[in-house]
Design a protein around this ligand. Structure first.
Ligand code: GTR
Length: 325
């Protein structure tokens, strides 16, 4: 009798151990802190994956640049599967998958609606699938809003950029864009920008309002000029080898989870852009609306004409996704 009980306990303990080892833990890297719209979407993704795989997969999120404050390093970590999943800007991922550089062409999209028509259409989804030759599986797009210039001196018009130094993400097209607008471009990791502005190594940078808060840049760059030169979508993606290890059912579960976070992130994004804009205003940020963007568009016209042929098919699909007026 006693023996039987011991045997039962042993079997039960074994089963528990097996269940524990059957749960796989995957790391997800996020440069923004907890509560930021993309981070909230990462959390939602982790929750849904856990639910849809019946607890088989647990995703551990490393927010706030814990893996690295440099998205290039984060992407390299995903490439070698030291981290299996990450959420980064397409501006950074373009260094690993050239087709994404199309998004680094200024004034490509007319609006967020235009961008989303394209991203959720067949061509936008194909671009996620086309991450595969780079060693990645694209899971979904997130909103990154519109990027504009900010600086530690007053910005009112394009002429104010002349001769000044602005940080860009390490990406050649972004360097050329800033130069076409009359400034010098300084490529650097996001994590270095705060102190570079503070110490005067650069005069400013360019980003969306939420990032001015998440990186605290509003504290050192009080002038923000809403020229909205770029809409760089954010990407949630995974290491290809880690993906191949998932069963077909689990892959479907990951895809379903990712797809369901898109609307969630967009809603969180829209709300946070308003909150972030109000917050930086309250902190003394001088925000200048740019009523007429023609001088900015004219400045990059030649650059766009030179670089566009490399993305001809994509640009055709982007034009076709323009909402009817
Ligand atoms: C933000 C983006 C980050 C990062 C950053 C940057 O808008 O969400 O992923 O790429 O810009 O400028 O480096």
């Amino acid at each position: 009798m006693q023996f039987k009980r011991i045997a039962l306990v042993a079997v039960a303990t074994g089963a528990l151990a097996l269940a524990a080892s059957a749960q796989s833990v995957l790391k997800l890297a996020e440069i923004h802190p907890q509560g930021y719209p993309t981070e909230l979407a990462d959390e939602q993704f982790a929750k849904l994956v856990n639910q849809y795989t019946n607890g088989k997969y647990k995703i551990d999120i490393f927010p706030g640049g814990q893996i690295s404050g440099d998205e290039k390093v984060v992407i390299e970590q995903v490439k070698i599967n030291a981290v299996s999943i990450a959420r980064v800007s397409s501006g950074a991922l373009g260094g690993f998958n050239a087709q994404l550089n199309v998004f680094s062409l200024p004034y490509l999209f007319d609006s967020a609606d235009h961008m989303w028509n394209f991203l959720l259409g067949s061509y936008g989804q194909k671009m996620l699938a086309d991450l595969e030759p780079s060693g990645f599986v694209g899971l979904c797009w997130y909103d990154g809003g519109a990027r504009s210039f900010y600086a530690n001196y007053p910005l009112n018009a394009i002429a104010d950029l002349k001769g000044k130094k602005f940080r860009v993400m390490p990406n050649n097209l972004l360097v050329k864009m800033v130069e076409a607008m009359g400034a010098s471009a300084v490529p650097m990791a996001a994590g270095q920008v705060f102190s570079a502005i503070q110490t005067g190594v650069i005069d400013g940078a360019e980003n969306n309002a939420p990032s001015l808060i998440s990186f605290n840049h509003y504290q050192v760059a009080k002038y923000y000029m809403l020229d909205e030169h770029l809409r760089l979508p954010e990407v949630l993606f995974m290491n290809k080898g880690a993906w191949a290890k998932l069963s077909k059912d689990d892959q479907a579960a990951f895809r379903k989870a990712a797809a369901e976070t898109v609307a969630f992130q967009r809603k969180a994004w829209d709300a946070y852009v308003i909150e972030a804009t109000n917050k930086i205003k309250a902190e003394g940020e001088i925000i200048v609306e740019v009523k007429d963007k023609t001088p900015f568009k004219n400045a990059v016209k030649d650059l766009v004409a030179t670089e566009s042929p490399a993305f001809a098919d994509t640009i055709k699909a982007i034009d076709a996704a323009r909402p009817k007026k």
